[in-house]
Design a protein around this ligand. Sequence first.
Ligand SMILES: [Zn+2]
Length: 239
Amino acid sequence: MVQHLHRGPRSALLEGLTWLEYAFQPAGQPAPANAAYGQQRHSANVVLASQNQPPKSCESDGVIGEHHLPVAVYTADCLPVLFADPQQQQVAAVHAGLKGTLGGVLNNAVDRLLERGASRETLRVAIGPAIGPCCYELGNDLVTQMRDRSDLPPLQWSTQQPHNAQAIRPQARAQQQGIWFDLPHLARSLLLQRGIQAEHIEVVKVCTYCMAEPGSSYRYNTHFASGYQSRFSWIRTRG
Ligand SMILES: [Zn+2]
C-alpha cells in the first residue's frame, strides 16, 4: 500500500486493472463530478447507478456502476468497499458499517454483480480506510448477539486492545470495558463465505481513528468533538 497525498491510499489489487479508475479519497474532498451515490442508511440496499442520478435519489448503501459513471460511497469509520470484476468489467461501491455488514449489504452487492455477469472466481474486492481493531471498541452485548448468529463466520476480536505500531496519533481509549472488534476481518470473512477468492480480497490497513488524516473518524469526533468530514471512495470503468 502506497500513500498518495491527494488520491488517498492505493489498492495493489485494483491498481493492476487498467480498465478502471478508483480512489479512496482523503476525508473532506468532494465527490467526483457525475458520481452516483445513495442516501446511505446502513441498509442492505444495493441499486444501479442510474437510480442515484442525481446523488441521493434513493436510500441505498451500495451502487453498481453503469455507463462509465463513478459510483461512490461516503464514510467516516465504516468500510468503503470497492468491487471490480474483469470478465464483464463490472464495478460497485458499498458502504458497510457493522449494521450494514450484518444486514447483508456485501452479500447483496456480490449477488447483483453475479447476476450481471461477474464471477466468484474473478471478482476483486478492496476494503478501504476504516476504523481498525486497534480503535474499535464494542460492548460485550453486541458481540454476544453476533456469536448467537449461526450464519456468521468466526469473528475476530480481543479483550486486550491491539497495539498499532503505525499509529500517528493516540489510539482510542477504552470507554466501556468492552472488546476490540475487527470489522474489516468480518467483511473479509463474509466475502470468503460467499465464494470470493482469498487472493482477490484486499484490506487496505489504514485506521481512520489513529492512522488517517485528521477529521477522518466519526468516533474520534465523538471522543474529542474535533469535527469530522466524510471520505468519498469511488470506482468507475474507463470510457
Ligand atoms: Zn486505530
